[in-house]
Design a protein around this ligand. Structure first.
Ligand code: CMC
Length: 392
């Protein structure tokens, strides 16, 4: 009934009011709770930024310590959960493993799932923040046939994750400070991005009063797509293909412009940023610095820089306002830190988690909150009479 305005892809449809993240796509501005991303990148930590996003203000020392210790307290997975990982094929992509395991968490904590119970919501918040790094590390260990490491709660969340990912039970693991700081910063840059596809998914699923684990598992699945978080893996594969084949950068850009088999320049373009992506500017600066500090020389970095330069001076990309997005250079850093391509989107998920949690909680507290239920314009047949199977 009534008039329906079609907005495929919700290009210009607001779905909520939110006090979490501000983006001005024309000016290249991104702020979490009012704080410019550049200032948080320079001064904050992932833990502190997560607190800011979830609770609305930067924490005092006491608040940050309490947040940190409750997260450390909840890093273990239930022993029964560890067996889940055995059920997946050895070559399973870690993103569906991550989403399945997060969904499964709801079966272990059934007493605290009610979205209207503030204590339960707080506990689920901490459990997710604490357990996602453990799950992510186990998904990786499973894929390479190495034993799982129990979390070491004397370590902070990022160190603990690096140790569980790259360490061995039989040896002490020394966290490389350059790697830790680089990963911490990348997690800050991914921590929220207002109503992107995965966050809108988390809100949509949560709007049916589904619990936070179920909503965030859905968000992880949305993130896995190559048009969204999966782009960081796709960028590295694109750079590897260019490097491996005789295709030079010019040749590849031509194929993109000719739209050969839907070839896109992965890591370029954004629905909201039409000038530049401030996260990409920070990541580009980091990439060179981190690779140098780690003593890594990667020919793919040169290809990426050439590709960027080429695209930025080409009319096809200029006319369409296509610039590098956050995913263009992140893969090169993750690779230098030792992560295989298939883990890149998992790292994006670890970063985006506090944003998903903050948005889910904000929605549940919004007095104007309603179940998501878009309309459509029907294009099928008009009314017709049923015909029995023998007469069709
Ligand atoms: N390479 C080549 N052409 C492109 C690209 C690209 N990466 N992105 C957009 N275009 C073209 C597109 O073909 C269209 O041209 P035309 O009007 O002639 O048909 C025009 O630019 C507008 O593109 P659109 O598809 O209408 O834009 P959108 O807002 O619907 O899509 C996007 C945004 C990010 C999905 C898209 O730019 C894309 O697929 N980029 C590559 C994947 C990627 O890097 N994704 C990560 C996004 S940032 C992090 C995140 O959200 O996870």
């Amino acid at each position: 009934t009534g008039y329906v305005t079609l907005d495929t892809g919700f290009v210009n449809t607001g779905s909520c009011q939110s006090a979490i993240t501000y983006i001005d796509g024309d000016a290249g501005i991104l702020r979490y709770r009012g704080y410019p991303i550049e200032q948080l990148a320079q001064n904050s930590t992932f833990l502190e930024t997560s607190y800011l996003l979830i609770y609305g203000e930067l924490p005092t020392t006491e608040q940050l310590t309490a947040f940190d210790s409750s997260i450390r307290h909840h890093t273990l997975l239930h022993e029964d959960m560890k067996r889940f990982f055995d059920g997946f094929p050895r070559d399973a992509h870690p993103m569906p493993v991550l989403a399945s395991a997060v969904n499964a968490l709801s079966t272990f904590y059934q007493d605290n799932l009610n979205p209207t119970d503030p204590a339960g919501v707080d506990l689920t918040t901490i459990r997710l923040m604490a357990k996602l790094p453990t799950i992510a590390a186990y998904a990786y260990k499973k894929s390479i046939g190495q034993p799982f490491l129990y979390p070491d709660n004397s370590l902070g969340t990022v160190e603990n994750f690096l140790r569980m990912t790259f360490g061995f039970p039989a040896e002490p693991y020394e966290v490389n400070e350059t790697a830790r700081a680089a990963l911490d910063l990348l997690l800050i840059l991914h921590a929220d991005h207002e109503q992107n596809c995965s966050t809108s998914t988390v809100r949509t699923v949560g709007s049916a009063q589904a619990n936070m684990f179920a909503s965030i598992a859905a968000g992880i699945n949305a993130l896995s797509g190559p048009s969204h978080g999966g782009a960081n893996q796709a960028v590295l594969e694109m750079l590897e293909n260019i490097h491996r084949s005789s295709d030079d950068v010019d040749g590849f850009v031509k194929r993109v412009k000719n739209r050969e088999e839907g070839v896109r320049l992965m890591g370029f373009g954004h629905r909201v940023y039409k000038n530049y992506d401030p996260r990409a500017a920070l990541v580009k600066k980091m990439a060179d610095d981190v690779l140098t500090k780690l003593g890594v020389s990667d020919p793919l970095l040169d290809i990426a820089m050439e590709l960027e330069q080429h695209a930025l001076s080409d009319d096809y990309f200029i006319e369409r306002k296509l610039y590098p997005n956050v995913d263009f250079y992140t893969g090169l850093i993750y690779k230098a830190l030792g992560f295989p391509n298939r883990m890149f989107t998992v790292l994006f998920a670890l970063g985006r988690l506090p944003g998903w949690i903050a948005q889910w909680r904000e929605m549940m507290q919004d007095p104007a909150f309603k179940i998501s239920r878009p309309r459509q314009i029907y294009t099928g047949p008009g009314e017709r009479d049923y015909v029995g199977v023998g007469n069709r």
